[in-house]
Design a protein around this ligand. Structure first.
Ligand code: GLV
Length: 324
């Protein structure tokens, strides 16, 4: 019977699917397994079900000749060395599609919360500062009729755009080479990055993290943005240069940031971003609805089981190795 190592407890449906077919070892702590433990467990396993917090690198694979499949419980896979897996003929699964709508809901929640300063307002009430109604209390930005710039027009970026049409927003985007029909349907206009930075009232990031997108939002990009601009990051922390972001928020070069993801994760408690009122930070929860996290588990389990049987996965990052 194949042995699989699952690096954290996860919603039950996916785990049950695995237990029906395999010997399943689950890491029970909420914190990730230390790297040496992850490596030892991987070395004794045929399949690895990893989270985005697990570093699945060439050194791990080198010590795990038995390992035939890796399945990531996430759509992003920047925690896995894909060339190293491909070189070893190991298929890597991920979970696109099932989390698109929940992530778009969350990006829009952050957009609205930043525009209307919801977390600041809530802190204000709890601190006992609410004494009267005042014409200039906690003023924010209008979302309706504003320009939304979407950097990365894949599934999630498009789903955010669909929500924005309900607010009468003008939508511009970068990337999404095969998104022409959807863009036409939504009235979205493809632009270059500089235009997106200069013209957007809200910029929402939806790129994967790779060499091209690391620090896509750096000091220069922040300087190009409007002073009233609001930046929303539900992609990966490293897509934004957080030192430059702090400086821009502090100096008023942009108005606000809403971050679901940070660099590093978790954010350290001495990170200066935490001192700013105009920065809203939540702990990487864009896909965190009950239903979606369960579906992610089912897809991750199905990918792992398919890989163990030598069958095509539902979603494989390196399909060229499948069936070899
Ligand atoms: C979450 O960040 C994911 O990649 O699924």
């Amino acid at each position: 019977m194949d042995r699989v190592f699952v690096t954290r407890q996860m919603p039950p449906t996916g785990l049950e699917m695995l237990r029906e077919a395999c010997e399943v070892v689950v890491w029970e702590d909420d914190l990730p397994p230390p790297q040496d433990v992850l490596m030892q467990e991987a070395a004794q396993s045929d399949g690895l079900l990893s989270l985005l917090t697990d570093k699945v690198d060439a050194a791990l694979m080198e010590q795990a000749p038995r390992l035939r499949v890796i399945s990531n419980y996430a759509v992003g896979y920047d925690n896995i060395d894909i060339p190293a897996a491909t070189e070893r003929g190991i298929p890597v699964g991920h979970t696109p599609g099932v989390l698109t709508e929940s992530c778009a809901d969350h990006a829009f929640a952050l957009l609205l919360a930043a525009a209307r300063r919801i977390s600041e307002a809530e802190r204000y009430v709890r601190a006992g500062k609410w004494q009267t109604w005042h014409p200039t209390l906690l003023l924010g930005q209008d979302v309706h009729n504003a320009t939304l710039g979407i950097a990365g027009f894949g599934r999630i970026g498009q789903a955010v755009a669909r929500r924005a049409t309900g607010f009468g927003m003008r939508i511009i985007y970068t990337g999404g080479s095969s998104a022409g029909d959807v863009a036409t349907e939504l009235g979205a206009e493809q632009v270059d990055m500089e235009t997106l930075l200069r013209e957007s009232d809200f910029i929402s990031l939806h790129t994967p993290l790779n060499a091209d997108t690391t620090h896509l939002i750096n000091a220069e990009a922040l300087q190009m943005m409007k002073k009233t601009a609001i930046l929303i990051n539900t992609a990966r922390g490293k897509v934004v240069d957080s030192t430059a972001l702090y400086a821009a928020l502090k100096a008023g070069d942009i108005a606000y940031a809403a971050l679901d993801v940070t660099d590093p994760e978790p954010i350290t408690m001495d990170d200066p971003l935490l001192t700013l009122d105009n920065c809203l930070i939540v702990p990487h929860i864009a896909s965190a609805s009950y239903a979606t996290r369960d579906r992610i588990g089912q897809i991750a389990a199905a990918n792992l089981l398919a890989g163990l049987k030598g069958e095509p996965m539902l979603h494989c990052v390196n399909p060229q190795v499948q069936g070899k």
